[in-house]
Design a binder for this molecule. Structure first.
Ligand code: SF4
Length: 210
């Protein structure tokens, strides 16, 4: 089984070699963009992100800005008011407790406003090259279809995956399952007829014809 898991991840990695959407080259940008991307498409976030950062280029500027102004600069994405509040509080906390730097551990990251385990895992793997499993909607669905996990919530699935997959491959899970989930193993009807890992998948209702 372990051999198959690594093989599956290898196949997906060669099909989807691109970097993560939220890999923006530095921890601050990646953290802010990942928080913005909750319940919104990455494409929507990336569209507004350059102008947003031009307006709020530093933690200090974000921390000192009015929540309404922050919200206005991202009002095309979902939950922008809550996210604006979180981003201001996040900036204040990073300045007050972390010397203006994004912390590098799960324990510290999840104490930050707007940061849950999924966001923390994304930041750890994308920015700090640390093994982490970010269980988003794609990872949750695909892991269960493949038969790698049975858990009914993200934390249970994360634990099952952590037990099953070698640590050296943890970060590859989110990196490959996200594009694979958008492309082939979609929510609703997966396109199993064009799936490169179908023979390793336990999903009982495979769609073998278009
Ligand atoms: S065979 Fe179908 S359900 Fe299984 S991973 Fe491939 S696309 Fe998803």
């Amino acid at each position: 089984m372990k051999k198959d898991l690594v093989k599956v991840l290898k196949i997906l990695k060669s099909k989807y070699p691109q970097k993560a959407d939220m890999d923006l080259g530095n921890p601050a940008d990646s953290l802010i963009a990942t928080i913005m991307s909750a319940r919104t498409t990455d494409a929507q976030v990336l569209k507004i992100f350059p102008a947003f950062r031009k307006k709020f280029p530093t933690w200090k500027k974000l921390a000192d800005s009015n929540v309404d102004d922050i919200a206005k600069a991202m009002n095309t994405i979902g939950l922008y008011r809550n996210k604006a509040k979180s981003l201001k509080a996040l900036a204040q906390k990073i300045i007050a407790y972390h010397d203006g730097k994004v912390p590098e551990s799960m324990e510290e990251l999840v104490t930050l406003p707007g940061v849950g385990r999924k966001t923390a895992s994304c930041v750890l793997s994308v920015c700090f090259n640390k093994p982490a499993i970010a269980v988003d909607t794609h990872v949750f669905r695909i892991s269960r279809r493949l038969g790698w996990a049975k858990g009914k919530d993200a934390l249970k699935v994360e634990k099952e995956l952590a037990d099953l997959v070698p640590k050296s491959s943890w970060s590859v899970i989110n990196l490959t399952f996200v594009p694979f989930g958008r492309d082939i193993c979609k929510p609703g009807k997966p396109q199993c007829y064009r799936c490169p890992i179908a023979k390793y998948c336990d999903y009982p209702n495979k769609y073998l014809e278009p």
